[in-house]
Design a protein around this ligand. Structure first.
Ligand SMILES: C[S@@+](CC[C@H](N)C(=O)[O-])C[C@H]1O[C@@H](n2cnc3c(N)ncnc32)[C@H](O)[C@@H]1O
Length: 200
């Protein structure tokens, strides 16, 4: 698949450091919690969660990405349950995770996104957190990362509607400089979300 080709090199396309927004939210996490890293690619975010003391399941559709994620986890001396999975066909656990992390998963077009967002929410246990960062439509003009499909991008209204059943703790649109490997570099139109599944 296309991502295996993008991950073919020895270098890590988005680097080996975690996404800065995810890192900024680590204060909300506790060692021992169960985390799901959705479309985790070469594992930079899943490995960060594991280093933070969480038990991490990392899913991605790229064999090459998974192999590099496992290698990164081994190099850092942490456990990572990295599984080859297509987000649409995967047998998603229900109410199982304390946190679901979705960083730049905008391969999903609107119809796939509706399914994916529902499954991510359902995978959270009551009280569980969703941490998400994506691009806004303006990103397509910036051209500093992400796919060219404007309809795959997120707006505040889209995320508010998609996650209306969660308590939104943080939702911010901003333009920021990000440098993540050779894959993401420069001024980027971003949107950040942290939301909690209600505890009842
Ligand atoms: C932009 S990368 C982001 C990777 C990672 N979240 C990060 O921030 O470093 C998008 C990822 O989505 C994965 N992907 C694409 N389609 C997928 C699908 N249908 N199911 C699971 N993963 C998929 C790709 O393999 C790729 O690793």
């Amino acid at each position: 698949m296309r991502w295996d080709e993008r991950y073919a090199g020895e270098d890590y396309l988005f680097g080996t450091e975690p996404n800065a927004f995810l890192k900024s939210q680590a204060y909300r996490l506790e060692p021992g919690q169960r985390a799901l890293a959705v479309a985790d690619g070469e594992g930079r975010n899943g490995v960060f969660l594991a280093e933070t003391g969480l038990a991490v399941t990392s899913i991605d559709a790229s064999e090459r990405g998974l192999a590099k994620a496992r290698a990164l986890a081994a190099a850092r001396g942490v456990a990572l349950d990295a599984r080859l999975a297509d987000v649409i066909n995967w047998d998603w656990p229900q109410a199982d995770f304390d946190v679901a992390v979705a960083i730049f998963i905008q391969f999903a077009d609107p119809s796939m996104r509706a399914i994916l967002f529902d499954r991510m929410q359902a995978a959270l246990r009551p009280g569980g957190l969703l941490i998400l960062q994506g691009y806004r439509p303006e990103q397509v003009d910036y051209g500093t990362g992400g796919p060219p499909q404007r309809e795959n991008m997120y707006t505040r209204a889209l995320l508010e509607e998609a996650f209306a059943d969660l308590d939104i703790l943080h939702l911010e649109e901003h333009d920021s400089e990000i440098f993540e490997g050779s894959g993401h570099g420069g001024r980027s139109a971003l949107i950040d979300l942290v939301a909690r599944r209600s505890s009842v």
